[in-house]
Design a protein around this ligand. Sequence first.
Ligand SMILES: [Zn+2]
Length: 407
Amino acid sequence: MIKKNQTNYSLFGLPEKVEFCKKCVESNQRFMGSTQLNIKKNDKKLGVSFDSEGVCLSCRYYEKKENVDWKEREKELEDILSRYRKKDGSYDVLIPGSGGKDSQYLSYMLKYKYNMNPLTVTWAPSMYTKIGLKNFNKWISNGFDNILHTPSGKVHRKLSQLAFKNLLHPFQPFIIGQYNLPPKIALQYNIKLVVIGDSYQEKGVGGNIHSEKKSSSQLYAIEKKERENLYFGGVHISDLEKYGIKSKDLNQYIPLTTEKVQEYGLERINLPYFLNYNPQNNYYFCVEKMGFEPNPDGRSEGTYTKYSSLDDKIDCLHYYTWFIKTGRGRATEDSGIEIRNKIITRDEGIALVKKFDGERPKKYLKDILEYLSLDEKEFDEIIDKFRSPHLWEKIKNKWVLKHAVWK
Ligand SMILES: [Zn+2]
């Protein structure tokens, strides 16, 4: 039980003792991923695990990656693709993506190296950035058919507002939408294979290097009866009408049923199981092959990298909310990945976290406030409610982290 009079309790039920991975910069406060569809207000979270030597499971995952026979894995990929490759000119694989470096890399490989005929599918950002739209258009101009789904601006905005206020998670409706749309498009176009390029195992969470080949397509489905018990922005689906959202407005956010996915026989695979790549290499690859452009500001807010999550004006707020809730932000995530890929050392990572982690979004703050219908004072009041006492203290009227990897 949490005693509210303690000054060191975790709002999210995570360990009060903050620890950092001994090999990278990851924190034990990082949330595990979830399906996003049953998050209630004030829910407790599951955090990532470290092993008995204080090392995060993604660092362990990378150690095992060094012994993988990548030639053998590529052969496995070719076998799977040959089962689905069509000769009648119709699409044979669906690739969900934004047109960022990872989806560009993935679609290039499938089309031009493995001779597949992909259809790409995109859930539009809340507010496109100029560079995001430019890269999206470049992707298509490099030879890819695309279905762009743009959700109702009214509904998506209201859901984002609720998710910010109740969960400090303004990106939640986007995550739900982009996750649940692809299988529906696959069904419409009679495509039986979905390939995804993002490996959550490499982002602090870890996983079994030998069994992550297929990410079951059942991850795309829920039981029929569950559909009446979903939460959006921390609000039960039956209460959303109070906010002007009817259940029919949520059609594209709601997953398919288990029966439907089973009956259809969809297969979903993770490309990082089969090919050894990392975000930085994808970036160089896409600059050369596709004309991909990095963030024109030289780096993205909250981090030192310039090539990921560039599409939505709300991206920088998304990472900032991580930092408020967990004390670890976008620079922690990016440098963790680069340390594991041996692009930078742990000491360099620590310096980068100190310099960039938790930078408050400035560039699009005006657009964000307008989108969320808040003034800056209301915005800050909501943010401060999610500062867990075991992570934050106020010194001379300024919020300061009690623990940091650089302290
Ligand atoms: Zn680690």
